[in-house]
Design a binder for this molecule. Sequence first.
Ligand SMILES: *Cc1c(COP(=O)(O)O)cnc(C)c1O
Length: 420
Amino acid sequence: MTMPTERSPETREREGYYGEFGGSFTPEVLHETLAELRAAFDDARRDPAFWNSYVEMMASYAGRPTPVTYCDNLTRTFGGARIYVKREDLNHTGAHKANNVMGQGLLVKRMGKKRVIAETGAGQHGVATATMAARLGLACTIYMGEEDIARQHPNVFWMRQLGAEVVAVTEGTRTLKDAVNACLRDWAESMDDTHYVLGTACGPHPFPQMVTYFQSIIGYEARKQMLEVAGRLPRRVFACVGGGSNAAGIFSGFLDDPSVELVGVEAGGKGIDTGRHAARLAGGKGRVGVAQGYKTVFLQNEEGLMQDTYSVAAGLDYIGVSPILADLHQKGRVRFEAATDAEVVEALRLTIRSEGIIPALESAHAFAGAFREAASLSSDDAILINQSGRGDKDIFTVADALDDDDWKDFIRRKSAGYER
Ligand SMILES: *Cc1c(COP(=O)(O)O)cnc(C)c1O
């Protein structure tokens, strides 16, 4: 596979900026370690051996390339475009997150650092990071709000088995944003031997660029696979958007193909008009601001106060969005839509029954977005859905959402040990 250097969305006027978005707004104490990271990443991405070692590791350890699956039953249900799915659910640890953490792990080894830290909300990024640390022989500390720990016992259990120290954060609301602060405090003191593994294409430069670089493996594989499997490029590509890493990853394979429309699907929650959602770009509710070290569109009020976000999918429940995607939105290259919880659960149910595939609730947003549009396209068109992860982790949430009393009861009894 060729290195994505030339085609990554990194052509920009100012270092670390994508149009007006991006940059690096951090306390002085982090400047040196971010400069060191930029230098190490610049050096690595110019070295073909680095990309090759990444591709080789993902092939032998994580099951890449993940397949593209043609979904005949779904296609017949909608009677329009042929529906294809890129199967990031088959990646090791069950989602695209492995691409990013394994890539950053290789970079950490190259930099000679010995320890990684990360924050996690639902625990998926924590498990992926702990997995990478075990494999690459790095010490690992995961920060997690006490409230989230109580809700995510299985993930906490596995992080500890993988050798990670899981630190319960007891400040503030004891959730993700407090874990982020605790993690940053650790980094400010430990950066000589420690790398902060950021989980999505957000945060200060070079994180958006670096995370997208590793996730671009999805898009490069998918473009080639569509030509082989479907004999054509897709007319539209759909991806769900939390922080934006799986979307930026698959879109980067098609940015130079003007015939391919790119569609990001955000969490519409209970409906954008209810205020209970996490749609920053679709619906125009977000505002440009600077927070968490970078400039992008955040869900905030006129005073710049961050709003509470909500989604049935924990991975999409986030106030910011990748500056790379905010820019592609502003330039009109990526269209943004939102799917409500109700649509997402319906799309999930249909996909499970029709194809025997269980998408993560996050990924089901991309399916819901695609299902809305499939019928209006012709059978000569192909659409490609990025299935960012598998849905096993969502068993309790889905049973609740489907309002299936027998199952809810069964799961409650089974899960008593998880204290959920
Ligand atoms: C974390 C997660 C997401 C959201 O993250 P992005 O950075 O927007 O890709 C989406 N899908 C799954 C399965 C996840 O675990």
